[in-house]
Design a protein around this ligand. Structure first.
Ligand SMILES: Nc1ncnc2c1ncn2[C@@H]1O[C@H](COP(=O)(O)OP(=O)(O)OP(=O)(O)O)[C@@H](O)[C@H]1O
Ligand SMILES: [Mg+2]
Length: 351
């Protein structure tokens, strides 16, 4: 087993930041921690890395126990078999590319010939072989981040930890680096935790996604499970764009506030969730709602519309061209309309 985290608890003062979190990650598996700012993603990662001391719980890396509150075990970060990439590259500007990447080997006192060979291989893997003697200050942001990735893999750790590694890159470089990270992770076949608050990144990269909310794991599953069958409105909102409509039950039927009946998956009081790409402009399907186009944004190849339906504004992604102000019918299938329990409080996306 790559990583085992059991009943992890981390507090700052009297505030519980991580509240009995448990998960396991297999060798070769890439698992994302996805959730809004402040939900505890970085803290979870830092506990695995040994940069934070949890109050309670158990953590093992490649079957070696690195933290166990019950038995007083806390292994120092440098003795954990991990490679970590931070959001800010954390590259040392006064060192060359080679010396930055060599650092994990130097602190492990590896022989010079070994260091030479491993650094060369890691730099080749990230496509920076020719840059070895450059000063790190003479690199672009994307190149610096690749130095950080090379440094994380150079000692062939059992586990890779990424904390929002792409957030400082521009959109195009982000897509490219994302694909490179996935390929590298597959080639190395290591258990990987990938922290992000970017839903597209989590959906495209992950074998599994753990959706975090205020220090707990709200749902875990494959990208298609958490996207297609979210357990509640919070998860639905975190994993992708979603429309929410309040529904009630009248005479056994699920209805909107104005009495319109909906054919949906599930039932009861709550919120109907429909993804923007599942709303069809015109067309005929199990459900039909009348609305008015309030806004149209051209996204290249398709449009994003905001359509007023009664008191609600629905987001619609469509390649159909309709003018602002036009009256439209939005149709959608029963399977694309899911009734979810509403999570109230800090996240009420439909309010
Ligand atoms: N050293 C600290 N002392 C006190 N509170 C802290 C400390 N570090 C983090 N926190 C708090 O713990 C909570 C979780 O922080 P964490 O950095 O894990 O969030 P995150 O999910 O990584 O968020 P983001 O997406 O913004 O990076 C936050 O409320 C934060 O303010
Ligand atoms: Mg963070």
């Amino acid at each position: 087993m790559g990583i085992v985290v059991r009943d992890l608890v981390k507090r700052y003062g009297d505030k519980t930041i991580i509240d009995h979190v448990s998960f396991e990650i297999d060798e070769g598996e890439l698992v994302s921690l996805l959730g809004p700012s402040g939900c505890g993603k970085t803290t979870t990662l830092r506990c695995i890395a040994g940069l934070e001391t949890p109050e309670e719980g158990f953590i093992s890396i490649d079957d070696a126990v690195v933290f166990d509150s019950a038995n007083g075990i806390m292994v120092e970060p440098y003795h954990r078999d991990i490679g970590m990439v931070f959001q800010s590259y954390a590259i040392w500007p006064h060192l060359t590319v080679f010396e930055n990447v060599a650092f994990p080997l130097r602190i492990r006192r590896r022989p010079a010939a070994d260091i030479e060979q491993r650094v060369a291989r890691a730099l080749d893997m990230v496509g920076l072989g020719e840059f070895r003697d450059r000063s790190s200050q003479q690199l672009s942001g994307g190149q610096q981040q690749r130095v950080a990735v090379a440094r994380a893999i150079v000692h062939e750790p059992a586990v890779l930890l990424f904390d929002e590694p792409l957030s400082n890159l521009d959109a195009k470089l982000r897509d490219q680096t994302r694909a490179e990270i996935r390929k590298l992770q597959r080639d190395l076949n290591v258990a990987t935790v990938y922290v992000t608050h970017d839903q597209a990144e989590a959906l495209s990269l992950s074998d599994r996604i753990l959706v975090m909310h205020s220090g707990i794991i709200r749902q875990q599953g494959t990208p298609s499970e958490v996207y297609g069958t979210p357990l509640d409105t919070f998860v639905a909102d975190v994993v992708g764009p979603a429309n929410f409509l309040l529904v009630t039950v009248r005479d056994g039927a699920t209805v909107l506030a104005d009495g319109t009946a909906l054919r949906a998956v599930g039932g009861g009081e709550g919120v109907a969730m429909i993804r923007p790409d599942r709303l069809i402009i015109g067309g005929a399907s199990d459900n039909a709602l009348s609305g008015t186009v309030r806004q149209r944004l051209y996204l290249g190849g398709h449009y994003e519309y905001l359509v007023a339906v009664g008191p609600s504004l629905l987001r619609v992604l469509s390649s159909v061209t309709v003018a602002e102000g036009a009256a439209v019918t939005l149709s959608f299938a029963t399977a694309d309309c899911i009734i979810l329990p509403a999570i109230t409080g800090e996240t009420t996306p439909w309010a």
